[in-house]
Design a protein around this ligand. Sequence first.
Ligand code: GUN
Length: 290
Amino acid sequence: MSAEIIDGKAFAAGLRARVGEQAARFNAASGRQAGLAVVLVGADAASSVYVKSKGKATVAAGMASFEHRLPADTSQDDLVALVDRLNADAAVDGILVQLPLPSHIDERVIITRIDPDKDVDGFHPVNAGRLATGLHGFVPCTPLGCLMLLKHVRGDMSGLDAVVIGRSNIVGKPMAQLLIAQSCTVTVAHSRTRDLPDVVRRADIVVAAVGRAGFVKPDWIKPGATLIDVGINRTDAGLVGDIDPVCAEVAGAMTPVPGGVGPMTIACLLRNTIVSACRREGVPLDEAAI
Ligand code: GUN
């Protein structure tokens, strides 16, 4: 048996096209473009590449991109002041401050300063609370992308056993909430979990977000399981995920790295931005359809 390889790149292209259609409808209804502000502090090479591709994708979807590149020695007070200006700017529907921030800035201060209704990253505790309690808010882009791929492959997930490996605020915790909302039985595993292979062997769905190349092994996988690989690890052999590719011999479906979850993250950021714009202007939008 060999797993279906889940084409995240193609799915993301479809999502970006649907967002583009909604963005055009938003322009016509509101008389302005939806706007996304992206803030980068410092010149970290990987972050700089991400910010550039976010800006390009925003413009390609017919939305306005406001890029703020600040020097690495920007003070926390100055960054707070910029966030306050963006919160008050009517042309800005979404605000993303690229993480990680330089060590002299407390990320918690910045994340909690962003207006929750412009927090398209979904990192503000108000949005984490909304997700946990089933209220409308913003869901972090990477787990949202994983959920879309899972729904595409599995349809109804009610009653399935899901194991999320990793407990970060950005991926593991929101992913667990999303799977609970799908009526899965969810286990969140992490570095202190005992007998991890046995825990994973029970899972119909595995989401791996640990940041260790090839960490999840083929003999941990229940035959036919769906595997979602959030890992992006740079190795001498190039980009590899957290799941050993040989797991495809046992799994029913699996995301590749690259070309799986990665392309979904930016597409979901664009989705959250058009959702925010429509909510802010009272423009009708079928959120379930995009
Ligand atoms: N750094 C790595 N991924 C992300 C993300 O999704 N959002 C932000 N703001 N920073 C990141």
